[in-house]
Write a new protein. Structure first.
Length: 286
């Protein structure tokens, strides 16, 4: 045991703890008794992350059964870093912070956060006793007095079909290329933030058919303001062109869109944010 090894464990623990804290913090207005979304009504992104959770649950159960406790910690840390922090949680920030509080997409993501968080706390209770208990006491909804009185979490009845699995496979291939080009553009001072960019994607016909199923969510999933997808003939490679946008930035959602400043009443906001704000004022939701 060295100080360096202990520091690495501390950082891994902090990552798990901060991920739990983020999920818990975004459930402040979520009441499972009335706000939970049925599994068959969840957004396509939420279905994906819950299927990833099922795989994590299987790995962790096997690790516990074989007394491989370090694999429990490693698997949960990897899930927090790769599936959650670097992708899912980053994408849903727009839904959580910008959408109408009761919007279906926001409630869908909150349902997913609640479901995963509840399961993670049960999963970690045997080895992160105090952290799991502390977070459990702030978890909304009906529950046992202590996380240590709960049963082992169940798998979610969600299984991606072969078409969905293939769709996500093609999407992540595109995302890898996009992230490389965005990093290059930032380093070369072409853009500052990824939301300043429009993506022009050149993809094979097969990839085009699959990612077209993402229902116009590509810009949200790739964390840019605009995406144009074109079919690349006679090639299996993926091409990415980064185009800096010259639109104004919405001061609420940070997106760069042509409708920012078109409404004199809200000169710094986009059409979507104006609609949300007017709904909030009308309904007195927040």
């Amino acid at each position: 045991v060295s100080k360096n090894i202990l520091n690495q464990i501390v950082e891994a623990y902090r990552k798990i703890r901060n991920t739990i804290r983020f999920m818990l913090g975004n459930l402040y207005d979520f009441d499972p008794e009335k706000d939970i979304v049925p599994l068959d009504k969840l957004d396509i992104l939420d279905r994906w992350v819950l299927s990833e959770w099922n795989e994590l649950l299987d790995r962790v159960k096997t690790a516990y059964d074989e007394y491989e406790f370090h694999m429990v910690f490693h698997s949960v840390h990897s899930f927090c870093v790769n599936q959650l922090s670097s992708f899912y949680l980053d994408v849903i920030k727009d839904r959580l912070y910008v959408e109408l509080p009761t919007s279906p997409k926001r409630r869908s993501s909150q349902t997913t956060l609640y479901s995963i968080l509840k399961g993670v706390l049960k999963m970690l209770a045997p080895i992160m006793v105090h952290t799991a208990e502390e977070a459990w006491q702030h978890l909304p909804g009906q529950k046992e007095l202590s996380v240590h009185l709960e049963d082992w979490p169940d798998r979610f009845p969600i299984t991606l079909n072969p078409e969905e699995i293939e769709m996500w496979k093609h999407f992540f291939a595109v995302r890898d290329e996009v992230n490389k080009k965005l990093d290059e553009a930032r380093q070369n001072k072409v853009i500052g933030n990824s939301l300043e960019a429009k993506l022009k994607l050149f993809v094979p016909a097969t990839t085009y058919s699959y990612i077209s199923e993402l229902n116009g969510q590509l810009s949200e999933l790739l964390l840019v303001s605009e995406v144009e997808v074109l079919i690349r003939d006679n090639s299996d490679s993926i091409g990415v062109e980064i185009i800096p946008l010259e639109y104004n930035k919405c001061q609420r959602c940070w997106m760069y869109t042509p409708d920012v400043g078109k409404d004199e009443r809200y000169p710094d906001l986009c059409k979507r944010c104006i609609s949300v704000i007017e709904n909030i004022i009308e309904k007195g939701e927040r």
